[in-house]
Structure formats: structure tokens, C-alpha cells
Design a protein around this ligand. Sequence first.
Ligand code: HEM
Length: 219
Amino acid sequence: MLEKTFTWLDERLGIKTIYNTVLDRHVPKVNWFFTLGSASLFLFAIQGITGMLLTLYYVPSPDSAYDSIQYIMNDLAFGWLIRGIHHWGATLMVVVVFLHMLRTFFFAAYKFPREFTWVTGVVLLLATLGMGFTGYLLPWNQKAYWATTVGTSIAGTVPLIGPFISNVLRGGPDLSGVTLARFFSAHIWWLPAIIAAMIGIHLYMVIRLGISSIPKADD
Ligand code: HEM
């Protein structure tokens, strides 16, 4: 029965072909450092799931954001756990993505023909940092407000276009409800969409080119 169902689906979806191309590949002898990319992917999935759960109760308005977080932490069943995982997962993801970048750098995996994998990786790193920056404002407490004031002021010191960048980020000269709406939008739509698209290209490249092997002294 199970086999029949699988054959029926496979004839229509080509599951075996997908499995063979994506997972059944020859891999060179590697070490634990080569698991950091998959760990980044796992953390992105965890952040996505816990983030979606948080949006069920979080209210992105200056009047309600702080109270909605208090509700999640103190009254909602397992709210503290979901927020805790999302909070620490964010820090861990930045660390793991950075370590993954160091691994590909020190093993020279960015060289031909993997330059484009590296370029998509740089976008992934920047977008991951952007997730941290935009997420930090969302609790709308003193720490969040002033950290974002400082962060956007620093962006404002860029030569020539600094004031423009700060204005776009804040949605005006000062932090306001517009800033909160903007950061929330970037945090749950724009940046995750960029990350998902980049991961798609990144993994396509990994599957197409295969994993690089550990460089030898005579390479
Ligand atoms: C959300 C962030 C990221 C995810 C989910 C991700 C995922 C992955 C995965 C699953 C692999 C294959 C396994 C491995 O080598 O670990 C890989 C390979 C690779 N990644 Fe990333 N990555 C991310 C960020 C980055 C960054 C920031 C860079 C560099 C700037 C980068 C550069 C590369 C390169 C060059 C390879 C090829 C490695 C090889 O062939 O040996 N990635 N990535």
C-alpha cells in the first residue's frame, strides 16, 4: 500500500530523481567544520518557525508592542520559551554563519568555481546582521529605542548619503511609530525573503558544484 502510494507520487513528482540529485552525491572526506552551513540553515528554520509563532501575539505599534511582549513572557503558555529560543537563536545564528564564513575562507572554498557561492554568502551574512538590527527594536523598550537611535545615527555618519540613509531607516528625523513599522516589515518580510532567495541560489551552487575538499600542501 505504502509502496504503491510512493510509486504513484514518484511517477508524477519525480521524487527519486530529486533525491538522487540533491542528497545522493559523492562527498570528499571532510570534517566537522563542514557542518556549519547546515547548522546555519537549521537555525534559519528555527528562527522562522519561532518568529511566526511570536507574530501571533506581538503587536507592532508603539502603544502595544511593549505590552504584547510582556504578555508573551508572563502570561502566554510557553511564550517565554518561544521568545527565548528566538532571542538566543538570533545570537547563535550570527555566530554560526560567521564561523561558516571563516571555514569557507580558511579552506579556500571561495576560489574558482565557487566565487558566486561566496558572493551570495556575503549577502546572507549582511541580511542576517540586518535581521538582528531590525529585531532589536521590536520589544520597544528603553534599550531597544536607544540602541536603534545610536545605530541609525552611526548610519547617518556615512559621507554624503549618511543623512539620507538615517532618514530612510527612521522614516523621519527621529525614531517613531513609522520606524517601528519599517523595522517590523523588514524583519518579517523583506529580509527573510532576501535570505530565502539567497539560500536557494547558495544551495543550488553547492549541489551543482559539490563540496570542495580540504586543501593539501601540494595543491
Ligand atoms: C544563512 C546563511 C548561510 C547558510 C544557510 C549557508 C548554507 C550553506 C551550506 C548548507 C553549505 C554546504 C555545506 C558547508 O560547506 O557547510 C554552504 C557552502 C558554502 N557557503 Fe554558505 N551558508 C550561509 C552563509 C554563507 C556565508 C556568509 C558565506 C561567505 C561569505 C558562505 C560561503 C559558502 C561557500 C564558499 C560554500 C562552498 C563550500 C565548499 O564547497 O566547500 N556561506 N553554505
